[in-house]
Design a binder for this molecule. Structure first.
Ligand code: UGA
Length: 472
């Protein structure tokens, strides 16, 4: 019997053990790091830095969240994160606390990962960062290294540097670097272990070695480390996100053009993306980009440039095109329902701002649902994991336990997030479930010809006129 269990154990370890990314020989020198803020960035960075061999204390003012983490819960949906946290908690390289002062005093490196949300005027709101920095200044018990992962607006790091000088009551030194984050929600753990570059804005030469040490496994993998000025690092972060936002708005406009012609945007995107100067990524049209980063960073960069008298016309246009895109999707529905939405039942598949996340911040799906509610539609919604968050802002929706339940008796269905499970739906069965078989596929994930052959009135973004067999 014992051998049987031993055999099962070996099978489990070899085949089912979650993939842990850092290899033994890649472990870095052990730095004591306090991570302030346990959101998407802080929690992922904390767990991954612990995996690299550092000793990490993740802290947050949110007592409920820390209690949940200490009980083995994970407050966000992020692939691979739970395995990483469980492993490093067991190895005593990771801990969670609300005692931020203690965490700062016990660490040599402090990583700021708190949010910098968009203020009323489009500028990034730094109040949470400032309050975290004040806590650091008040708890200096030796020299500290302060690293910023939160997205910092142009000129802010130097301002924060001066603030610390003013606030600190001791002679201890605080050296600063800005390491902007390029993780994508949904693939954050993988992105942390396989980054395309590490950007470090700093004025301190001594910090180069500390950062090499903390991220040693990435150095061994030959990831480029680019040391820059504070301002360059600030612009690199916001310009990267803005460039990607421009790319999405660009393809959304081209998709809208395709709809007025016989062109198919999937063919067009493939054709232009094969030019390596353009590249194939971020050329998927949809209901407009959302999330906590692109809308915020484009507005913030625009605002900061305006303060300096610089007119960023391309980014302004990308924002305007994005604001219009969700309306274009809505118009497609209005058109097929002959403009009468009042008391119609609309099934909404997908509420998250993209697939593989439970995040609904600035989600186009939420924008579209709000517009439908204004027009007195009845909404039956389904999302594999974002419904818990959606319920908090849209309690009036009818939440369903499956896509089929949401579509039962509906006058039309809108696909607003590209969840893989929506592609596996048996549309021949759905055809008989719905009151009228109308599909608005705002993510272009369904086989067009098949749906049309089944008798659906089917609309999408940029390939409405696609004819013949489904595009491969
Ligand atoms: C984005 C950046 O991609 C990350 O590099 C960056 O670290 C992060 O912001 C941040 O600043 O923290 P994220 O917002 O998580 O990451 O998500 P993305 O995968 O970039 O998607 C953003 C939006 O663009 C989503 O609404 C998505 O549906 C949309 N999108 C993306 C498209 O409409 N088409 C595409 O081809 C790609």
């Amino acid at each position: 019997m014992r051998f049987y269990f031993l055999f099962l154990h070996i099978i489990f370890v070899h085949f089912f053990q979650p993939q842990i990314y850092a290899e033994k020989e890649l472990v870095s020198s052990e730095h004591k790091i306090a991570v302030i803020g346990t959101g998407y960035v802080g929690l992922t960075a904390g767990a991954c830095l612990a995996e690299f061999g550092n000793y990490v204390i993740c802290c947050d003012i949110d007592e409920k969240k820390i209690k949940f983490l200490n009980e083995g819960g994970i407050p966000i949906f992020e692939k691979g994160l739970k395995e990483l946290i469980d492993k490093n908690l067991a190895l005593h390289r990771l801990e969670f606390t609300t005692d931020i002062s203690q965490a700062i005093q016990n660490s040599e490196v402090i990583l700021i990962c708190v949010p910098t949300p968009m203020g009323q005027d489009g500028a990034a709101d730094l109040s949470i960062v400032k309050s975290a920095v004040k806590t650091v200044a008040e708890n200096l018990n030796n020299d500290k290294i302060l690293l910023f992962k939160s997205t910092m607006p142009l000129g802010s790091i130097k301002r924060i540097q001066k603030l610390i000088q003013k606030q600190k009551k001791s002679a201890f030194n605080v050296e600063i670097a800005y390491l902007p984050e390029f993780l994508k929600e949904g693939t954050a753990v993988q992105d942390f272990f396989e980054p395309e570059r590490i950007i470090i804005g700093t004025e301190s030469k001594r910090l180069h070695q500390v950062i090499y040490d903390i991220l040693a496994p990435l150095r061994i993998k030959n990831v480029p480390f680019c040391f820059t000025s504070f301002e360059s690092a600030e612009i690199i972060k916001q310009a990267s996100n803005s460039f990607l936002a421009v790319k999405i708005s660009f393809i959304n406009e081209i998709a809208n053009l395709c709809d007025k012609t016989g062109a198919d945007v999937r063919e067009v995107a493939k054709g232009i993306g094969l030019d390596s100067r353009i590249g194939p990524e971020f050329l998927k049209p949809g209901p407009g980009y959302g999330g906590s980063c692109f809308p915020k960073d484009t507005h913030a960069l625009l605002y900061e440039a305006q303060q300096l008298g610089v007119d960023l016309k391309v980014i302004q246009a990308a924002i305007e095109a994005n604001d219009r895109q969700s309306k274009i999707v809505l118009e497609k529905l209005l058109k097929v329902l002959n403009s009468s939405i009042k008391d119609k039942t609309i099934a909404i598949l997908g509420l998250a701002f993209k697939a593989n996340t439970d995040d609904i911040r600035d989600s186009s799906a939420i924008l579209i649902v709000n517009e439908l509610l204004k027009r007195d539609a009845i909404i039956k919604a389904y999302d594999p994991i974002a419904m818990k968050n959606a319920r908090k802002v849209l309690p009036q929706l009818v939440y369903c336990t499956s896509a089929e339940e949401a579509m039962y008796g509906a006058d039309a269905v809108m696909i607003l997030t590209e969840w893989e499970e929506f592609q596996k739906i048996d549309w021949s069965a759905v055809c008989n479930l719905m009151k009228t078989p109308i599909v608005i596929d705002a993510r272009n994930i369904l086989p067009i010809q098949m749906l049309r052959d089944l008798g659906f009135l089917y609309e999408n973004i940029g390939c409405s006129h696609a004819t013949g067999s489904d595009y491969e």
